[in-house]
Design a protein around this ligand. Structure first.
Ligand code: PMT
Length: 386
């Protein structure tokens, strides 16, 4: 197989429940309107290149697996899109342009602060014509609904950042629902970002289904009940990180995530992924602790003439670095003091969010990655001149 994976059966794609990514893309249905989505994204990327900006693709939220073509039922997962939406905000603040590729109706940058039932937007508002507020700021001028004064301090910076992001043209949104849509879009967005070279970062925070029902096996109509138990046979979704690293985004700085429920598995699994796919970094997170603790797992940096960036990694306050002697990997734990707020909508009332630390550390590493190529190219030029 061209992408290094093979379906164990040989000629029939997915016959043993395993698909290479090549087989998947050749046989499964691409999402409608993919060309237009790719064109719009490509124009966005071109504008960022003209402005000399770095671009990050943030994937976010869970994918569904439809069980019927006229979908009544589908499989889904827990992901609300908090990690992706929160990180996208910090990337924008850090000067990145962002392609935010998220599950439709999952949390989005800025609106995430109020979109969930734990912090509904309507709770902020008061209508002076129908409500007698104890709120002095809510004066009755007849046609204005107001934000209650106790919420203004929290809302104001979010509203400003939201409007700034919209006006700047630095945020581009793309959405998916199913795992098939996700995979086609991921391939397309990676291709679209190729011209960025090392200035492109890929932050794969989406929780992608590991199993799917291939289009040939999905029934047209609603599965009828009344026949006893329902048995669904699902195939394994192809691992696309390998073709992504090797073909779709060969120069990109690729960050994947690893979610486990047994924290002891995080580092071994993350290392195995780095060995298998050869990308730059895996961020490990435990399901219950993910909002206040993560671990960066990466290859040890080669000693180079310019050691400043490498040195600065270990001097960051609040980070705990563990070296795994006698091998090529190192891991760095990040923890939020006090354990974060744990709420679905992310930080409230100015509480710190772990994504701020994650993004700051990724920006350092990405800059070092860009710099490395520039150093290599200037030393090649010097050698050529000599
Ligand atoms: O959205 P939240 O509620 O905030 O939760 C965030 C999160 C826990 C979902 C997120 O932090 C996270 O860990 N996402 C990855 C979950 C995971 O374990 O994925 P995986 O092991 O199935 O995949 C490994 C990596 O490859 C992931 O980065 C995934 O996005 C990517 N992947 C996986 C399979 C596939 N077919 N395509 C992919 O791109």
């Amino acid at each position: 197989m061209a992408d290094g994976q093979s379906s164990s059966s040989g000629s029939v794609p997915g016959a043993s429940g395993k698909w290479s990514s090549q087989e998947f893309f050749q046989t499964q249905q691409p999402p409608q309107g993919l060309e237009q989505v790719a064109k719009a994204a490509s124009e966005f990327v071109q504008r960022q290149i003209e402005n000399g900006r770095k671009v990050v693709l943030v994937t976010s939220g869970g994918t569904t697996v439809p069980l019927e073509r006229n979908v009544v039922r589908f499989l889904d997962n827990f992901s609300a899109g908090t990690r992706g939406a929160t990180s996208a905000e910090y990337f924008l603040s850090a000067g990145y342009s962002v392609i935010f590729m998220s599950r439709q109706h999952s949390l989005a940058p800025y609106t995430r602060h109020y979109s969930h039932t734990t912090n509904p937007f309507l709770d902020l508002l008061v209508d002076p014509t129908t409500h007698v507020p104890s709120d002095a700021a809510a004066e009755d001028d007849g046609d204005t609904i107001k934000v209650m004064s106790q919420h203004v301090a929290h809302l104001r910076p979010i509203l400003k950042a939201y409007h700034d992001a919209r006006a700047s043209g630095y945020l581009h949104k793309v959405s998916f629902v199913t795992v098939n849509e996700y995979l086609f879009l991921l391939r397309e967005m990676s291709r679209v970002m190729q011209p960025l070279g090392r200035k492109g970062m890929y932050y794969l925070a989406a929780a992608v289904s590991d199993f799917f029902v291939p289009s040939t096996k999905v029934p047209e109509h609603k599965i009828q009940s009344g026949k006893g138990s329902l048995v669904i046979e699902m195939d394994q979704v192809p691992k696309v990180l390998k073709p992504m690293v090797q073909k779709w985004a060969p120069e990109g700085f690729i960050v994947s995530f690893k979610l486990e429920t047994d924290p002891n598995l995080l580092i071994p699994k993350a290392r195995a992924a780095l060995e298998r796919y050869g990308h730059q970094l895996v961020i490990g997170n435990d399901l219950q602790r993910r909002k206040f603790e993560v671990v960066f797992v990466e290859r040890k940096r080669r000693p180079r003439k310019r050691t400043t960036t490498s040195d600065s990694f270990s001097s960051v306050t609040g980070l705990e670095k563990e070296d795994y002697k006698n091998d090529d990997f190192e891991s760095t734990w990040m923890r939020l003091e006090g354990g974060g707020d744990g709420g679905e909508g992310g930080g409230k009332g100015g509480e710190r969010e772990i994504e701020e630390d994650i993004v700051r550390e990724l920006c350092r590493r990405h800059d070092a990655w860009i710099q490395e190529a520039e150093d290599d190219s200037s030393s090649r030029q010097v050698m050529a001149q000599n």
